[in-house]
Design a protein around this ligand. Sequence first.
Ligand code: MF3
Ligand code: CO
Length: 249
Amino acid sequence: MITIKTKEQIELMGKAGELLVSCHKELSKMIKPGVTTLEIDQFVEKYLAKHGATAEQKGYNGYQFATCASVNDVICHGFPSKTPLQEGDIVTIDMVVNLNGWLADSAWSYAVGQISDEAQRLLDVTKESLYRGIAQAKVGNRVGDISNAIQTYAEAEGFSVVRDFVGHAIGQVIHEDPQIPHFGPPNRGLRLKEGMVITIEPMINIGEYHSKVDADGWTARTVDGSLSAQYEHTIAITEDGPIILTNQI
Ligand code: MF3
Ligand code: CO
């Protein structure tokens, strides 16, 4: 279902977004060799509870954690685990905050200690691809304009765009219509309207775009084992341009 949000509802989503950003800022200080993603997950759950919010991912379609923690070749939906992060890893922490019934969704990739130049370039290009997509999230543009801006840029940099996972509209539930692919032709798809709130969340791989899901039913990895990164924001589409509700860094 497509929903249009009022200014007041967008403000409420913005409050969830602010809390999400402060949580990411706090957890970013924990990201070091030796920390486990389960420790980060437990921190997030407590932090949100302390601020009167909940982690919407927990219990969503049977998912058991507050965050997704996707290390190296994991594209998305990695389980937080007791395996310590190692120097040179990259890790994406994804969470959806529910504050007073309204949601905000944001993922951020982090470097663990010193990482390779290639891994750093993947992080930089993935982040820039997100912002190129956001620049197209304007009233009157179409979903494909966002998709195409991301794909064109990421591929020109020699990387590939994951096909099997896409962005989405969001409000009081995580996944509303329409879907927002990060690849595809411009000038196609739904026309963007004032009051839509969507996520843009490109997952970019160093190697090929193909993904496979582990036997746990969730953990999605690159088929070729190459590194994958992701940055995600929740964005309101307004007559004054896109408003990033999860703005940070
Ligand atoms: N934050 C994820 C997204 O962007 C939601 C993952 S679904 C979950 O769509 F079940 F893992 F939570
Ligand atoms: Co999302």
